[in-house]
Design a protein around this ligand. Structure first.
Ligand code: ADP
Ligand code: MG
Ligand code: ZN
Length: 485
C-alpha cells in the first residue's frame, strides 16, 4: 500500500496563558522571568488549609475566547480536580474543568486565503485551568529543582474535534486561531514565551474507514512549524508501523526539532485515571445572560469579519489586507483615514509602503516619532492633494516626511515650502520656452522622430521648476510646441 491509501486524522489542543495580573486561584502576580519561587503563596504552594478563590477576570477572558470561537456557553460551569502526581504539581491535582467547561460546540473557519478555505474546524470545548510549576533540570548537577512561580497561572484550553486531515491544514488552523486570539486582548499569545502551546493528537486510518485509529499526542509545541513537522513525522511513522505488522500505542510523545523525530514519553492516561471529581472548595460559576451580553459586546471585530471587509467590501489587494490584519495599529490608522473620506485603495499603499518606510528609517536613527500617530485627517488631506493634482507622488512623499517631523498640516507645509505642483500650462510656459531655447539639438532630434530626446527637455523643465512641474503636462506642452501637434 502507498501513503495515499491512508488518511491522517488530527485534533489539536491549545493552551493559552491568560494575561491577568494575578493567578487563577490566589493573588500572586503572573509574571515571566522573576527569580524562582518568589511569586508564591500558601494557595499556589498547596499548603494545608489554603483555599482557592477563582479569578473573575480569568473567567471573563475564558468566556470571551469561547464566544470568539462560536461556542455555546454553559451558564452554570464548574471546576473539577484532575488528579495525578508530578513534582511540578504541588497539590497532587490540577484544578481544571471536566464536564461543564465554559464553552462547547464552537467552530473556527479557515480563511479565504488558505488552501483549505471554508473548512470548519469544530471546537469541542474551551475550558479554564491552572498551569503547573516548572521543573528545572540544568540548575543543579545532582538533582532537578522546581520553580513554582508559574503554578496557578490561568490557562484556557481550546480543544478541537478530530477534524483536521493535513499538516498544512493544521498549520493554517493554528495561524487563524492565533490571529483570532490575539484580537481578544486576553493573552500576549507569545509562542516564544510559552503563552500558546500546541498539542496535536495524531492517528491514521485507511482511506474510506470511518472508525478512528489509535492516536498519539505530541506534547507542548511552541511553534506552528514544529506542529506541522511533528505531525508529518507521526503520520509517516504510524503508517510504516501498521504496514509492517505493528500497531500504534496510545501514548504521549515529544518532538525533537534537532533530529526531526518524535519519541515516546509516557503511556497515555485514560480520563478515569485522573479520577476527575467536582472541586469541593469552589462553588459552580453561574453566568447571567446580561453578563454574557456584556462580554459579547466587548468582542470587537473578528479577523474573519475584518478580512471580509478589507478584501470584499473595500477591495484591497490581499498583501495590504494581510498587513492590516496582523498589525492592529496600522489597521486603526487605515480605518480612521478611510473614515475621513480617503479612498481605501489609495490609502493602503501609503500606510503599508511609505509610512512603514518612514517608520523603519526613524527606528534606524532611534527617532522616537510614532509615525502611526499621524492625524488620519492629515493623511486623508495629503491623498486629496495628490488626487487633485496639487502634489505629485514625489512631492507628496516629501510633504509626508515634513508632516511627520513637524506635526503641521499638509496644506501648511505645501504653502510654507511653496511645493504645489505646477499644473497649469500657462504657468509652465516660461520654463518650457527656456528648455526649448537651451536644447536646440534635442529639439531637432525630436522633429527627426527621435522621441526619446524629449527626456532632456523634460529634465530641464523639472530642474528649473524644482520638481514642481506636472511631468505629464510638461511632456504634452513640449510636444505641442515642437511638433505642433
Ligand atoms: P485525551 O483524553 O487523550 O486528551 P480526548 O478524547 O480528550 O483525548 O481528545 C483530545 C484531542 O484529541 C481532541 O482534540 C480530539 O479531537 C483528538 N482526538 C481524539 N481521538 C483522536 C483520534 N483517534 N485521532 C486523532 N485525534 C483524536
Ligand atoms: Mg490531551
Ligand atoms: Zn499564590
Amino acid at each position: 500500500m502507498s501513503a495515499s491509501d491512508w488518511e491522517a486524522v488530527v485534533g489539536v489542543e491549545v493552551h493559552l496563558q491568560l494575561a491577568t495580573e494575578s493567578k487563577m486561584f490566589c493573588g500572586c502576580p503572573v509574571r515571566f522571568g522573576a527569580p524562582p519561587n518568589t511569586l508564591v503563596c500558601p494557595v499556589c504552594l498547596a499548603l494545608p488549609g489554603a483555599l482557592p478563590v477563582p479569578n473573575a477576570l480569568a473567567i471573563r477572558h475564558a468566556i470571551r475566547v469561547a464566544l470568539a470561537l462560536g461556542c455555546s456557553i454553559h451558564r452554570e460551569s464548574r471546576f473539577d480536580r484532575k488528579n495525578y502526581f508530578y513534582p511540578d504539581l504541588p497539590k497532587g491535582y490540577q484544578i481544571s474543568q471536566f464536564d461543564r467547561p465554559f464553552g462547547y460546540d464552537g467552530a473556527l473557519e479557515l480563511p479565504s486565503t488558505s488552501a483549505f478555505a471554508g473548512h470548519r474546524i469544530r471546537i469541542r470545548r474551551v475550558h479554564l485551568e491552572e498551569d503547573t510549576g516548572k521543573l528545572i533540570h540544568d540548575a543543579d548537577p545532582r538533582q532537578s529543582v522546581v520553580d513554582l512561580n508559574r503554578a496557578g497561572t490561568p490557562l484556557v484550553e481550546i480543544v478541537t474535534e478530530p477534524d483536521l486531515r493535513d499538516a498544512d491544514e493544521v498549520y493554517d488552523y493554528l495561524r487563524e486561531l492565533h490571529l483570532t486570539l490575539s484580537y481578544l486582548g486576553v493573552s500576549d499569545c507569545d509562542l516564544e514565551k510559552g503563552s500558546m502551546r500546541c498539542e496535536p493528537n495524531v492517528s491514521v486510518r485507511r482511506r474510506g474507514a470511518t472508525e478512528l485509529g489509535t492516536k498519539t499526542e505530541v506534547k507542548n509545541l511552541n511553534s506552528f512549524r514544529h506542529v506541522r513537522d511533528a505531525m508529518r513525522y507521526e503520520v509517516t511513522r504510524q503508517i510504516e508501523l501498521i504496514e509492517s505488522g505493528g500497531s500504534v500505542v496510545q501514548e504521549t510523545r515529544s518532538w525533537n526539532p534537532e533530529t526531526g523525530r518524535t519519541a515516546a514519553m509516557r503511556a497515555k492516561e485514560e480520563a478515569h485515571d485522573y479520577r476527575y471529581f467536582p472541586e469541593p472548595d469552589i462553588a459552580p460559576i453561574t453566568t447571567s445572560e446580561a453578563e454574557l451580553d456584556a462580554i459579547r459586546s466587548e468582542l470587537g471585530e473578528s479577523p474573519a469579519a475584518r478580512r471580509a471587509r478589507y478584501l470584499e467590501t473595500l477591495g484591497l489587494p490581499s498583501e495590504h489586507a494581510d498587513v492590516f490584519l496582523h498589525d492592529p495599529a496600522m489597521a486603526a490608522l487605515f480605518d480612521a483615514t478611510v473614515a475621513e473620506g480617503a479612498d481605501a485603495k489609495a490609502v493602503a499603499p501609503w500606510i503599508v509602503g511609505d509610512l512603514q518606510r518612514e517608520r523603519n528609517e526613524r527606528a534606524e536613527r532611534n527617532a522616537s516619532t510614532d509615525v502611526l500617530a499621524i492625524a488620519p485627517a492629515s493623511l486623508a488631506r495629503l491623498l486629496a492633494l495628490v488626487a487633485d493634482g496639487t502634489l505629485s507622488t514625489a512631492l507628496a512623499r516629501e510633504v509626508l516626511t515634513a508632516v511627520l517631523d513637524s506635526g503641521e498640516s499638509p496644506d501648511r507645509i505645501v504653502e510654507e515650502r511653496d511645493l504645489a505642483q505646477i499644473s497649469s500650462a500657462d504657468a509652465l510656459t516660461p520654463a518650457i520656452e527656456a528648455a526649448i531655447e537651451a536644447n536646440p539639438r534635442a529639439v531637432e532630434d525630436i522633429r527627426a522622430g527621435n522621441d526619446k530626446a524629449i527626456g532632456a527637455l523634460v529634465g530641464h523643465v523639472m530642474r528649473t521648476t524644482k520638481g514642481k512641474a506636472n511631468p505629464a503636462l510638461v511632456n504634452q506642452s513640449l510636444r505641442e510646441r515642437i511638433l505642433g501637434a
